[in-house]
Design a protein around this ligand. Structure first.
Ligand code: ADP
Ligand code: ZN
Length: 228
């Protein structure tokens, strides 16, 4: 199964991707994580992308595509994957379609996680990330057992620079300008599944699991809304 998660920052793409990964044994490909890793590892590309990321602007397509193609070429993605954070504009979507066509692969679902602005801002401003294993927590929604410490690996948690208010506003602006048009793009391809992502993560995941288990590829009639 190959899934794209679409939606504004803070809709819960990363959280749902991790749940999907464990439940369906898929590989989780987050371009945000790949980029943050490039920065943390002091890769040449990392120095270029950091400025864009801190402000909440999109990193130039060529750089993201390079990292993504490398990841897609690795064999741990053979059993299916969830793409989280890519594509983020129409040109990236076209690059992806072309790359998949060349490999005779197709995308099974594009899940559009829809969330309202106050929910988004509350989630992003309270998010804390593990400096080592990248696990995400939230000061009130998903607090770690010990304040400031990762439950999984015991390393310290930090707040992403782009989770400060000004960068959050800019990310929302960039989303509307660049990414929101992908909803129409995948609606045309009859791959879009729209989900209300304003609920807590386990609730959203339950609905998501239902959608993915109940609709086979062949019977998927086109764009449809999740059943209540
Ligand atoms: P979120 O979806 O919560 O905004 P991500 O971790 O997906 O966070 O992305 C963080 C930042 O990484 C983005 O603001 C952008 O600078 C960069 N980035 C991630 N994916 C892409 C992409 N596909 N194209 C361009 N920039 C990207
Ligand atoms: Zn950790």
């Amino acid at each position: 199964m190959r899934i794209i998660l679409l939606g504004p920052p803070g809709a819960g793409k990363g959280t749902q991707a991790k749940l999907l990964k464990d439940n369906f044994k898929l590989s989780h490909i987050s371009t945000g994580d790949l980029l943050r890793k490039a920065v943390a590892d002091n890769m040449t590309i990392g120095k270029t992308v950091k400025g864009y990321m801190d402000k909440g602007d999109l990193v130039p397509d060529s750089l993201v595509v390079e990292l993504l193609k490398e990841k897609l070429a690795s064999k741990d993605t053979n059993g299916g994957f969830i793409l989280d954070g890519f594509p983020r504009n129409v040109s990236q979507a076209e690059i992806l379609d072309k790359a998949f066509k060349e490999k005779n692969l197709n995308i099974d679902y594009v899940i559009y996680l829809k969330a309202d602005e106050p929910v988004i801002i509350q989630r992003l401003s309270g998010r804390r990330v593990c400096s080592k294993c990248q696990a995400n927590f939230h000061v009130t929604n998903m607090p770690p057992k010990k304040k400031g410490i990762c439950d999984n690996c015991g390393s310290s948690l930090y707040q992403r620079t782009d989770d400060q208010e000004e960068a959050i506003r800019n990310r929302l602006k960039v989303y509307l300008k660049e990414t929101a048009s992908l909803i129409g793009y995948y609606l045309n391809q009859k791959k879009l599944v729209e989900m209300d992502a304003n609920f807590e993560a386990p609730v959203v995941f339950d609905k998501l699991k239902n959608v993915l288990s109940n609709s086979t590829k062949i019977s998927l009639p086109g764009a449809f809304k999740e059943r209540a």
